[in-house]
Structure formats: structure tokens, C-alpha cells
Design a protein around this ligand. Structure first.
Ligand SMILES: C[S@@+](CC[C@H](N)C(=O)[O-])C[C@H]1O[C@@H](n2cnc3c(N)ncnc32)[C@H](O)[C@@H]1O
Length: 417
């Protein structure tokens, strides 16, 4: 195992993320797998890596203020790390500068040292110039995204959303009533607090791996219940979870059904489906049958045809993830304007393929963790226009700036007899 400091790990991860364009979570977890960091160093490396990714535009704005000429991308990453420590973590200046300079190749240490010291001296001025920048710079989001949110939600809510995306998310867990009830749960895990108004969920102050390993809890945001509540599954029914992996909602549906009935859990991603199998085994849910299936390509697998028609179908569709950007930190840097329509095409294909498997009087719930109308109500309106036997019974958004949880959307469609 390599012996690297938290700062070295964070810098290596930033470079890999920039060069390879892989997901940030996968980049940092692979870096951790190759090293041997203490728990607190690991937390510091995560703070640095995600903190820089959350604040890229603002950090680059400050770099532009202290250095007029072009800067090499590798040095820019080092400066980003240094400025993040100076301006966000408020690390003592001498430590932030000394440790960050040590990350640079010898020849460039003088330049990095000079730039970071200059930034430290001009701290108040730079902070106030940052605060005077437009929202997309101040909160480091792509300009097109901020503009569309301002149009959809108004200036005040768009600002609240951008700020929300930059906060480290709390860790929420669902209490798995198949294995434990809430009263025993909080006694067993005193670092957890049941959420007011949502007794199925706790917030962990200090995540207990025992709570996860034992299947007593599943890490999940409370916004995910919206789709499951609309689905309203009953014990003994036949359920199709069309896009199920890694199984967060599948496990919850099995719990609501008291593990009685049948859930066919499909996904096209076989690796994620393996994770689902582990997750639902841990949760003690025996009615879930995982099936590898791509709704846009494959013929219907025999196992699904054999169980169909279904009482209820959940299509928790792949989406742009704009509702969960505080958890998926680099999503904002991957998105383009064209993605919302591109996702819509895929979402429609999946719903169209799953719908014929619904019983008369059956319920189909369509859900995403996107805040974009193209992926939500526009998909549902298209489906309603195509299929006259369907009616919309309910639809709802979970909005971070209104509801205090991740962003999500769900619509409940009912098939007439
Ligand atoms: C939002 S995630 C599902 C999350 C899951 N319902 C949960 O609660 O844990 C969407 C899933 O759809 C799957 N997916 C994307 N396109 C698909 C397709 N054409 N057919 C089947 N699954 C697909 C992805 O692999 C991904 O696991």
C-alpha cells in the first residue's frame, strides 16, 4: 500500500477526474483502495476533493485575480486545493501554504508559494469580489443550468438550490422494519435520530457500519419515499420494479409488502444488479427476483413474461440527477443542455416497453431524481397523450429549497379496466 498524505490523494484524484472524466465517487474510492489512510485523513481527503469540485468556478475566478497569465492545468489543481483550504476550510495560512507548496514539483514551488501568500494577504478583497459575482460564479454551477432554474423556480429559489448543492449532505438511513422496529433501532444506534414527520428514517451523526451490515438500515434520502408512497404496494401483489438497481426502492417496497408477494427487479446494468442482490439479502427481503434486462433493446425475459401482468409497476428512470447534485458532486460538470431531451427519449422508451405489462386497474409510478420538466411532466404528458386508457392520479416534486430533502419527481398513473 502506498503511503500518501490526504492532500496528495486529493490532488491525484482531481487530476484523474480531470483527465479521465470518470465519476468522482469512483475516482476517489479507487484512490482510497490503493492507500492506507486513517479515518480522519480519509475524511480530510474527501473534504478537499469534493470541496474543490463543488467550488471550481469560484476557485478559478480567484486564481484569475492573483495570476493574470495562463497557468498549467496541473499547477491550477494545486492552487485550487490551496485556495480551498485558505478560503473555505480556514486552515491556518502557514500550514495551508506550506503543505500545498510541497505538492508541487521543486521548480514550481516558488511560484505556488508566491501566489498562495498573495491570495492570503488579499483574503478579504478576494472574498468580497467573489460575493459580487453572478450566481453561477459565486456558487460554481454551469451558467445554462442556473439560467433555466431561475426561469423555472424564480431567482430566490434558484439561489437557494445552488447553495444547497454546495452543502455536504447529511447521512440519512431508512429503518428496515423487516428486521427491527424504530424504538429498538434508536436504542441500538444512539448516534441516529428519527426524523420528525418521517418515523421510517433516521439521520446518522456518526454512520454505524453495524447498522448497515446487519440490514437494520439502508442509506437512503427521505425524498425516495415519494415514489413508493404513490406506488402503494400491498402484501401479496405482483410488482415490477423496472429500473431497480442498486435496490433502494426495491427494499422499501418489499418492507411495505411485509415481504409477502413478488417483486421482479430489473436493471440493464449487471454490476449494479449484483449490488442489488447483496443489498436485498442484507435487508432480509426474500420476495425480490433480480433480472438483467434492457427495456430499450432486449426481448422480454421469460421470468418476467411468466409473472406478468403486474398489479403495480415502478419506473424509477435513469435521469440527469439534477435533484441530487449535493450528493453527486460532479454531475454539474458533466451535463449539457442537450442531455434533458436525450434522457427524455430514453425515459419514454422504457415506460412504453414496461406499460403493456400492467394489469387493468393497475398503477404505474414514474419517478426520477431530476428537477427538469423535460424528464418529468413532459414524459408523463407524452405517455398520457399516447395511451388513452391511462389517467394521471397524482404528481409531485420534492424540492430541496421547499421540502429540505433531495430533489425528486413522481407521477401516479392508473390504467382503466
Ligand atoms: C435511478 S436508477 C434506479 C435507482 C433504484 N430504483 C433505487 O432506488 O436504488 C436508474 C437505473 O436504471 C437503469 N437503466 C438505465 N437504462 C435502462 C434500460 N434501458 N433498461 C433497464 N434499466 C436501465 C440504470 O442501470 C440504473 O440502475
Amino acid at each position: 500500500m502506498a503511503r500518501l498524505s490526504a492532500r496528495q490523494i486529493a490532488l491525484g484524484a482531481l487530476r484523474t477526474w480531470r483527465r479521465e472524466r470518470r465519476f468522482a465517487d469512483s475516482v476517489i474510492s479507487r484512490s482510497f483502495a490503493k492507500t492506507d489512510l486513517t479515518k480522519s485523513d480519509r475524511a480530510f481527503a474527501l473534504e478537499l476533493f469534493y470541496g474543490v469540485l463543488r467550488n471550481l468556478t469560484l476557485l478559478d475566478f480567484w486564481i484569475g485575480c492573483v495570476r493574470a497569465s495562463r497557468i498549467d492545468v496541473d499547477l491550477r489543481d494545486i492552487l485550487r486545493l490551496g485556495l480551498y483550504q485558505l478560503f473555505f476550510l480556514e486552515t491556518a495560512q502557514h500550514a495551508a501554504v506550506f503543505e500545498t507548496v510541497a505538492l508541487a514539483p521543486k521548480k514550481q514551488r516558488g511560484a505556488i508559494n508566491g501566489l498562495l501568500r498573495a491570495a492570503g494577504r488579499r483574503r478579504e478583497e478576494l472574498l468580497s469580489r467573489g460575493n459580487a459575482q453572478p450566481l453561477f460564479v459565486r456558487t460554481s454551477h454551469p451558467q445554462f443550468l442556473v439560467t433555466r432554474w431561475q426561469q423555472h423556480f424564480g431567482d430566490k429559489n434558484a439561489e437557494a438550490l445552488c447553495k444547497w448543492n454546495n452543502l455536504p449532505p447529511p447521512v440519512y438511513g431508512r429503518i428496515n422494519r423487516l428486521k427491527i422496529d424504530p424504538e429498538n433501532f434508536v436504542q441500538l444506534y444512539p448516534s441516529s435520530r428519527v426524523l420528525a414527520g418521517n418515523p421510517d428514517f433516521v439521520e446518522f451523526d456518526d454512520l454505524s457500519t453495524k447498522a448497515l451490515d446487519s440490514g437494520h438500515s439502508y442509506i437512503q434520502d427521505p425524498s425516495t419515499v415519494l415514489a413508493c408512497q404513490f406506488l402503494d404496494p400491498k402484501p401479496g401483489e405482483k410488482i415490477l420494479d423496472a429500473c431497480a438497481a442498486p435496490g433502494g426502492k426495491t427494499g422499501y417496497i418489499a418492507e411495505v409488502m411485509q415481504d409477502h408477494g413478488t417483486i421482479m427487479a430489473c436493471d440493464r446494468d449487471l454490476e449494479r444488479l449484483e449490488t442489488l442482490k447483496h443489498n436485498v439479502t442484507r435487508l432480509g427481503a426474500g420476495i425480490i427476483h433480480p433480472v438483467g434486462h434492457d427495456w430499450t433493446r432486449d426481448r422480454l425475459p421469460k421470468e418476467i413474461a411468466f409473472v406478468a401482468p403486474f398489479d403495480r409497476i415502478l419506473v424509477d428512470a435513469p435521469c440527469s440527477n439534477t435533484g441530487v447534485m449535493r450528493r453527486r458532486v460532479d454531475v454539474r460538470w458533466r451535463l449539457t443542455q442537450a442531455d434533458f431531451k436525450r434522457m427524455q427519449t430514453r425515459q419514454l422508451e422504457i415506460v412504453r416497453a414496461a406499460l403493456p405489462l400492467l394489469k387493468a386497474n393497475g398503477v404505474l409510478v414514474y419517478s426520477t431524481c431530476s428537477l427538469e420538466p423535460e424528464e418529468n411532466e413532459h414524459v408523463v404528458r407524452r405517455i398520457l397523450a399516447e395511451i388513452s386508457s391511462l389517467r394521471l392520479e397524482a404528481e409531485r416534486y420534492s424540492l430541496p429549497f421547499r421540502d429540505g430533502f433531495d430533489g425528486a419527481y413522481a407521477a401516479k398513473l392508473v390504467q382503466s379496466a
